[in-house]
Design a protein around this ligand. Structure first.
Ligand SMILES: Nc1ncnc2c1ncn2[C@@H]1O[C@H](COP(=O)(O)OP(=O)(O)OP(=O)(O)O)[C@@H](O)[C@H]1O
Ligand SMILES: [Mg+2]
Length: 362
């Protein structure tokens, strides 16, 4: 074969590959991106001068795909995969045959690799944008639902407040009038039930952001340490380890001290409850510009996307009947919202949940 013919043949292989890659990218399944990587690898392999002895590798965000296994130290060419101008993986070609050890790659082969890496980067950027948009939409829908629920809850809580106060008031009046033990015992049951109901209503009012707050400048660090110290027996009882990460002894913000403590307690209590023996709960507080960030992470089963839609709603619980009322996170959500902050739940790696509370300093 003369050299023109050879060059032409190589060029055709290259163009076929580019055509194939475009087609693979157009039909890519965003949920199964490793299949796309695999298809691109094999298409690229065919376009090289020595396809049989060339290994193609693609790496991106922990996904690693290669066409062949090799242990040979051969020259290689690499093209970075860039997402939004930041390097985030690569495509690599190298030889798998001892005979080609000294053989360098063609300039055209490097250009082909660059070209494919660029196309792949564009697709990965598009996937990232779509995923972010979907997450944002979900978050907004979740917030809308919670806002509506907050309004309904506020109405119910208000309506119940007066009759409950009446029940409690009149029951107390009766206490002075009743004489027999049985009568007093029955009345005690009425009183206890009314007090319990009042607590539920109070929690609902927190959720609905209807509780007044007394704002003052507080240092959250001693507050956090104090809460952890008070929960020490609970950690021990469940055999759960904990780690407190603080890089500054003074982190001040404007908040209601009691309500701030409630956030900390509820989140840590949940983290302990949903941990298994020997798991670690990490409590982290940090500040960035005008935001204070509290992170509570655990190594339990975590919160699925589906559950994340519900956990802040009042009365949602996965605890067995009688163990929880499902109001802890609703209270936290209400307090965070009334402090103009945000709360979110994410996956902890390798397992567990991370609750992230961000509060403005003032
Ligand atoms: N750290 C966590 N890990 C996994 N799931 C969690 C975690 N924290 C909360 N959840 C989920 O969110 C649900 C609601 O939590 P929330 O604190 O509101 O109520 P609860 O803990 O079930 O009951 P209560 O707090 O009233 O005792 C829980 O039942 C659980 O399904
Ligand atoms: Mg709870």
């Amino acid at each position: 074969m003369n050299s023109t013919e050879h060059a032409l043949k190589e060029r055709i292989k290259e163009l076929t590959c580019l055509y194939e890659v475009s087609s693979i990218l157009t039909h890519a399944n965003y949920e199964q991106i490793d299949d796309t990587f695999q298809a691109i690898c094999y298409s690229l392999k065919k376009a090289f001068q020595y396809p049989k002895h060339t290994q193609i590798t693609i790496e991106h965000k922990g996904v690693y795909v290669e066409t062949d296994k090799t242990t040979i130290q051969s020259p290689s060419i690499i093209a970075p995969i860039k997402l939004f101008n930041i390097e985030n993986g690569f495509i690599k070609a190298c030889y798998t045959s001892e005979n080609l050890k000294e053989h360098s790659f063609l300039n055209e082969e490097q250009l082909l690799l660059n070209n494919v890496a660029l196309k792949l980067g564009t697709l990965l950027e598009r996937i990232e944008i779509i995923k972010n948009e979907a997450a944002l939409k979900r978050k907004m829908e979740r917030n809308d639902r919670l806002n509506i629920l907050g309004e309904i809850t506020a109405g119910i809580a208000h309506e119940l407040n007066t009759p409950l106060a009446n029940i409690l008031g009149f029951a107390e009046l009766l206490q002075a009038k009743l004489t027999t033990k049985e009568e007093l015992e029955d009345l005690d049951k009425i009183l206890n039930s009314a007090i319990y109901s009042r607590e539920v209503v109070k929690k609902l009012m927190f959720f609905a952001c209807e509780m007044p707050h007394q704002m003052s400048t507080v240092n959250i660090v001693p507050l956090l340490k104090n809460a952890v110290a008070l929960l020490e027996p609970s950690f021990r009882k469940h055999d759960v380890k904990h780690l407190v990460k603080i890089n500054n002894e003074t982190i001040k913000l404007k908040a209601d001290t009691i309500q701030l403590t409630q956030i900390i307690f509820n989140l840590i209590i949940n983290a302990i409850y949903f941990s298994k023996p020997n798991d670690l709960v990490t409590i982290e507080i940090s500040e960035k510009q005008d935001i204070v960030c509290l992170k509570i992470s655990d190594e339990g089963d975590g919160v699925t996307e589906e559950l994340a839609d519900k956990i802040f709603q009042p009365f949602f619980t996965t605890k067995p009947v009688g163990e929880g009322s499902g109001l802890g996170l609703s209270v936290v959500h209400g307090i965070v919202t009334s402090h103009k902050g945000t709360i979110s739940v994410e996956k902890n790696h390798p397992k567990g949940a991370v609750f992230i509370v961000k509060l403005p300093k003032d």
